[in-house]
Design a protein around this ligand. Structure first.
Ligand code: FAD
Length: 471
């Protein structure tokens, strides 16, 4: 007789409340633990999961299987095309293996919640919430509603987080003697190599702890400069659950115990990013329409996006003629990751300068990002487009040239992704002379901008005003 641990986006042994609960339950009941991971290729395609993220998941599953084998827990990987096939499959599986309960970690997205409801109708499913430090729908305003603005949410979040000690859980003890080393796991989906990212929870924890010790205090000053390695690079680990948000907070508080209390704490700025992550996840649960590609602000339904496909392609390929935008898109295409400042710049450029629907950009990001995550991605896109909750006002249009002067003042970042600018005088890059066809790539010129900034700004303000007046 068995108890089943169903791994999803919690691919770790340490600080995994669900796994600990499954093991404790099995030990109490005299059962052994089996683990399963269900690969859903068509569902992933529908959800635009990036091939690099799938490769990352595959590598982590192989690590996890070895670690679990040492604890006496076999990990099995099954392929089922879509979520809809899972309930019947699990119903049959629990019969076959005499499983009393299925333990899993809850997920905030709408389809995932529907999947779990359907599964719970067929098998005894025990869900643990651990994708956020504080559970969605628990951080509420005085009227018992979810906040729609970040700052008061963050204040309440910090108050609640201070209320009880925050401690991580150890990996569970071995259930039985180690079992044989598992066969390699192969996900039957298109993949792109993620090997630039170290795999495994030990590597991820080491990276997190090193960041907390050496860089967290400088984060406020360095976080906006893409040429500086000033951020933690842990988003991919959080996205697939190699790290937990609690491990992040604990690592930070071990160096800056006052980060939850004082605005001036050197740890405060980075803590805020973890809270942003929670904010967007809480919003996703409170407003299921966010999982369904809908505008948060209903007036945004009145915007007429231009949706020019040639311009969209130029944006995707990093060929807009604006060096910062182009270098950023090439960073995304080449590495599967983009610096946060640049995510804001390119999202603003697509939705405002080109008036292309934010959903096109959101989808393209998701297809490329190793850290692709519906809540953060949707939140970031709707914020940038001004259609979201806690919106960046629609009339704030980033100037891609001044952003470049401010955040890449030496041109180091743009030159690292745009080798064609290697010898071009920086002042000229920032001035962005519009070249003739023959001058392209020569004589201190770059490719022609696809749209002129001042013209685009006025056009965006005119069209996006629909959001304000409601049509
Ligand atoms: P750090 O700066 O070190 O931050 C630490 C962690 O906090 C991150 O790993 C992340 O989990 C969280 N975080 C930081 N900033 C944000 C934010 N603005 N919103 C939510 N969580 C945040 N993040 C994703 O994880 N997946 C996405 O798909 C994603 N898409 C985005 C799209 C747009 C248009 C924008 C503007 C932002 C997006 N972000 C996304 C948020 C942010 O850019 C990344 O989390 C960050 O760049 C990851 O790098 P890091 O781990 O070094 O972050």
């Amino acid at each position: 007789a068995h108890t089943l641990m169903w791994f999803r986006s919690d691919l770790r042994l340490q600080d995994n409340q669900t796994l600990v609960a499954a093991c404790e339950h099995a030990a109490r009941e005299g059962r052994s633990v089996r683990a399963i991971y269900i690969a859903t290729p068509t569902q992933w395609l529908i959800h635009d999961v990036a091939a690099i993220q799938l490769d990352f998941i595959e590598r982590q599953l192989n690590q996890l299987a070895v670690q679990l084998a040492a604890l006496g827990i076999p990990l099995e990987v099954r392929h089922l095309d879509t979520f809809s096939l899972i309930p019947a499959f699990l119903a049959q599986y629990i019969q076959q293996w005499q499983v009393d309960r299925v333990f899993a970690s809850s997920e905030p997205e709408f389809n995932e919640c529907q999947r779990d409801q359907a599964v719970a109708a067929k098998v005894s499913l025990v869900l643990h919430q651990q994708h956020c430090l504080l559970a969605p729908l628990s951080v509420l305003n005085l009227s018992g509603q979810m906040y729609k603005v970040f700052t008061p949410f963050a204040k309440k979040w910090r108050e609640m987080a201070r209320a009880k000690p925050i401690q991580t859980l150890n990996a569970p003890n071995a259930m039985t003697k180690p079992i044989a080393t598992p066969e390699p796991i192969v996900l039957d989906v298109p993949k792109v190599s993620s090997k630039a990212w170290a795999i495994g929870e030990e590597a991820a924890l080491a990276q997190l702890r090193l960041f907390a010790m050496t860089k967290a205090a400088e984060y406020k000053a360095s976080r906006d400069f893409p040429a500086i390695d000033g951020t933690s690079h842990i988003s991919a680990y959080l996205a697939v659950g190699i790290l937990s948000p609690r491990q992040c907070v604990v690592a930070l508080l071990s160096h800056y115990p006052d980060a939850l209390v004082h605005d001036e704490s050197p740890g405060r700025s980075w803590l805020n990013e973890i809270i942003w992550r929670e904010f967007y996840r809480h919003l996703l649960v409170a407003f299921p329409r966010l999982s369904k590609a809908q505008n948060f602000n209903q007036f945004a339904d009145n915007v007429h996006w231009r949706n020019n496909e040639t311009e969209f392609k130029a944006w995707c390929d990093g060929l807009t003629g604006y060096p910062l935008v182009d270098a950023a898109m090439r960073q995304l295409n080449q590495t599967g990751w983009m610096h946060n400042r640049l995510r804001m710049v390119v999202a603003s450029f697509l939705t405002k300068h080109l008036l292309i629907d934010w959903r096109w950009g959101e989808r393209y990001f998701r297809q490329q990002l190793i850290d692709g995550d519906l809540a953060a991605n949707n939140g970031g896109w709707q914020w940038s487009a001004g259609t979201g909750c806690d919106a960046q006002p629609y009339f704030r249009v980033f100037n891609p040239i001044t952003q470049c002067e401010k955040f890449d003042p030496t041109g180091e970042f743009i030159r690292s992704y745009l080798p064609e600018l290697a010898s071009v005088d920086l002042k000229l890059i920032h001035k962005l002379k519009i070249p003739t066809q023959e001058q392209r790539f020569t004589d201190n010129h770059y490719i022609a901008p696809i749209v002129e900034h001042k013209f685009a700004r006025v056009r965006a303000l005119t069209e996006l005003a629909a959001m304000k007046r409601g049509g």
